[in-house]
Design a protein around this ligand. Structure first.
Ligand SMILES: [Zn+2]
Length: 256
């Protein structure tokens, strides 16, 4: 059985000068590794993650960030890269037990860490979020968030709070961010989003009532876009679930 390898140093996935980050043979000394994890999800594709000290990452230290690696990778590699990045972040941030402060060691069976003192088990953290495209006939609602690093219009998204259903979270987020009520919420697809550990549940929702009022401090601008405007609008890149939702809406409009 062939094994593939992913390397990380600090909180960064390593890549070579060509941007390759998945290697079919070991390409450095694993004896210096700080941590090793088995990332295998399907039996016929064995993958190991090797976390190296920053000083030992050698030739695997090109300056590509995670977003660039994701944008350059094939779509079927997205889940593996996302998984590796999340495990690296989790491993870095979980050295001590949050209950008793004891040291954490690798769990025997699971991808997890276990407290040597009290036995508490820590799994990689996953934070569920909703992401939604609100539709009004041939129009969809896109917004520019205040934290966006470039001018771009995207779908609305937010974390699911403790005790909430995904549908309740969606209605609340849309109400908070743009002041609009929605109905006919329907699931489309999901994506594991490694910034740093979100799990995006993607929905469509139909407009019900209200005028757009962007939330101060969160949303710079929000408006209705006719589907024919979208090709001239800066929208998220192809590897994002936001784009999958927008493209599915476009396909449906253009088919009618
Ligand atoms: Zn403990």
């Amino acid at each position: 059985m062939d094994i593939e390898y992913i390397y990380a140093a600090g909180d960064r996935i390593c890549s070579d000068a060509q941007g390759q980050w998945l290697f079919s043979a070991p390409c450095c000394d694993h004896g210096v590794a700080l941590e090793k994890y088995d990332l295998t999800l399907v039996p016929d594709h064995q993958v190991r993650l090797v976390i190296l000290p920053e000083s030992q990452s050698g030739g695997l230290s090109s300056g590509r960030g995670l977003r660039q690696l994701l944008s350059e990778s094939e779509e079927q590699q997205f889940p593996l890269l996302s998984r590796a990045a999340q495990v690296v972040t989790w491993s870095r941030d979980h050295s001590y037990c949050p209950r008793c402060g004891g040291g954490l060691v690798h769990h025997q069976q699971d991808l997890a860490k276990e407290c040597e003192a009290c036995g508490l088990i820590q799994y990689p953290r996953i934070s569920p979020c909703i992401i939604t495209l609100v539709i009004r006939g041939e129009y969809c609602l896109l917004a520019q968030g205040i934290r966006f690093t470039e001018p771009r219009y995207s779908t609305l998204a937010g974390f699911i709070e403790a005790g909430e259903s995904a549908e309740d979270a969606l209605a609340r987020e849309v109400r908070e961010e743009v002041g609009v009520e929605v109905t006919n919420i329907r699931y489309h697809c999901s994506q594991s989003w490694p910034f740093p550990h979100s799990f995006m549940l993607g929905f469509f929702a139909d407009y019900l009532s209200g005028e757009i009022v962007p939330e101060p401090g969160e949303i710079v601008d929000a408006r209705w876009f006719h589907y024919s405007e979208l090709k001239d609008t800066p929208i998220p890149p192809g590897f994002t679930i936001s784009r999958h939702l927008i493209d599915a809406f476009l396909d449906e409009c253009e088919a009618d």
